[in-house]
Design a protein around this ligand. Sequence first.
Ligand SMILES: Cc1cc2nc3c(=O)[nH]c(=O)nc-3n(C[C@H](O)[C@H](O)[C@H](O)COP(=O)(O)OP(=O)(O)OC[C@H]3O[C@@H](n4cnc5c(N)ncnc54)[C@H](O)[C@@H]3O)c2cc1C
Length: 327
Amino acid sequence: MIRMSNVLVYLQSKGNDLLKASAEAVTAAKAIASVTNGKVHAMISSTAPDEAKEKAKQLPIDSLHVFSDLETYNLYRHAKAVQEIAEKTESTHIVLSATTHGREIGTTVAQRIEAAYFNDITAVSTGDGAVVVTRPLYANKIFLGVKLTEEKNVITTRAGSFDVPEETGTPGVFEENTEPDSMEEKFAVLRVIEPEGKRVDLTEADVVVSGGRGVGEPENWKMIEELADLLGGAVGATRAVTDAGWRPHAEQVGQTGKIVSPKLYIAIGLSGAIQHIAGIQNSQVIVAINKDEEAPIFKVADYGIVADLFKAVPLLIEEVKKLKQAN
Ligand SMILES: Cc1cc2nc3c(=O)[nH]c(=O)nc-3n(C[C@H](O)[C@H](O)[C@H](O)COP(=O)(O)OP(=O)(O)OC[C@H]3O[C@@H](n4cnc5c(N)ncnc54)[C@H](O)[C@@H]3O)c2cc1C
């Protein structure tokens, strides 16, 4: 018989907003809590922008814990806060979104509280009365259902795999004072360097325009950037491109890059290698432009344009401009 257990969600902000992936993690937490008959609690840093904290206060959760923070991110302070708030709320399941921070904090907390750790889950279900999480393996070739048999579990959720909760709530809000962790003096963040440019974050973007080796040298990327900017989207790239140094590594999409979940993914001059596809499968609509009609990207694309990208992309830009002017 399953023991009643509560779930704690670690929330992150991005810019002024609550991270969409964090809101999605709340949905996963609620699915877990529905199996364990527990409550869902959440926590957010006091240094998160007011807008993000306000959004967190409207989530369909039982309580929100605002923990004191350093001005710059410190892994050990955050891990300690998660541990303390999990104890306080009697949460044996801890859910974070599978961002760089989420994974880093998740593994540290799991090690500290001796919990089982499940990274990058895409679904929650139930089997024999226990919580079952789905984990993709081998670049999404296999989806493994894992029954949670340990008492304590730390779980990270893949962006785009769960919906943002539609309903709202009025959780009790608690200010938490987190004392510094003994490890903090060994680990100092001196400053945070934000990426240049004003484009939306790849993992949060509704539109991603990605280019591959077919786009070629850095100069040619102006048209990819222009299309992304016109659509209010982010620029992505394949590993072939980032390895060649044509675009920054932060833009790499795929198995060893970022997992994206936009409404629209435009794949330009990229072949659609399995490692790239692993990062785009949560996209709602995929449009591919490639001069080779046999390119594997057309197997996953909803719309395909067999054409030379240097002809097709400028035409697309013109059409988008016309549509924008008409509106
Ligand atoms: C362990 C491992 C992990 C990996 N992780 C990733 C990852 O995270 N992300 C990733 O992307 N890759 C990853 N890769 C690399 C991956 O296997 C491919 O090598 C890479 O994705 C290919 O990049 P590409 O599509 O840009 O290049 P290519 O495969 O060379 O494709 C270029 C495409 O452009 C088209 N093209 C060329 N010129 C034009 C033109 N003028 N107009 C229209 N189309 C044109 C061609 O027809 C071709 O289809 C990984 C590989 C390994 C082994």
